[in-house]
Design a protein around this ligand. Structure first.
Ligand code: MN
Length: 232
């Protein structure tokens, strides 16, 4: 069958240390997965469990190693925030995956930024409306190359950090995740069948805040990698 319009290109994230690419199918994100960040967002981490939202696959902005990516300041916001996160890349299909088997479904890991139009997110949240305008906009998922789990293992501890113009803004540790990566995969896979190509942004530690045009935003997860972008 001929297409009546040109099909959109498949979003691809490079694989670290190789010329290969990881084709992105879906982007799932965990909200409130570090207790201190849940508190700074005005919720009670003991009472409110983490939850999930999505971004479109073509929200990824792949950034090559050693390169500062360019990410445009988005429209319709006056409070554009950084969130640094460990990203899980799924390599094996499954639903109702047990936490004990979850790592078998992980192809690799990356550092990503869940960029957020915080003013829109909060306005939508307060009205009980969907979050897409605040979270699922164009260029909202800058991401570093994906490191195969064969190389980095399955990290359970490691510093998660982010700097704006060299000043430390966010700092946490994977060991402080409310839901570990295997638990996150287990829960998410009860709602959605996961497929190779799915990415899971696992949540951000405390210290989120605004960025403006010209800012240099750098972050990383120890043992996984680093990511730098300039707000253009
Ligand atoms: Mn986030």
């Amino acid at each position: 069958m001929n297409f009546v319009i040109s099909p959109a290109p498949i979003p691809v994230v490079p694989v670290a240390g190789a010329s290969d690419g990881f084709p992105v199918r879906r982007i799932y994100c965990v909200g409130r997965n570090y207790a201190a960040h849940a508190r700074e967002m005005g919720s009670d981490p003991d009472r409110d469990p983490p939850f999930f939202f999505c971004k479109p696959a073509d929200a990824v902005v792949p950034v090559a190693p050693g390169v500062t990516g360019a990410v445009p300041y988005p429209p319709q916001t006056a409070n554009y925030h950084h969130e640094v996160e460990l990203v899980v890349a799924i390599g094996k299909r499954g639903s109702n995956i047990t936490a004990a088997r979850a790592n078998d479904h992980v192809w690799g890991y990356a550092v990503g930024f869940d960029m957020t139009r915080r003013d829109l997110q909060f306005a939508l949240r307060d009205k009980g409306r969907p979050w897409e305008l605040g979270k699922a906009f164009d260029h909202s998922a800058p991401i570093a190359p994906i490191v195969p789990a064969d190389h980095c293992g399955h990290p359970v501890r490691g510093r998660v950090w982010l700097e704006v113009n060299g000043a430390l803004k966010q700092e946490g540790d994977l060991g402080d995740l409310i839901w570990s990566v295997p638990e996150t995969i287990a829960h998410l896979s009860t709602y959605f069948e996961l497929f190779p190509g799915d990415l899971i942004f696992t949540g951000t530690p405390e210290g989120v805040g605004p960025v403006v045009k010209g800012d240099l935003v750098s972050g990383g997860v120890d043992g996984v990698g680093e990511l730098s972008i300039r707000i253009a």
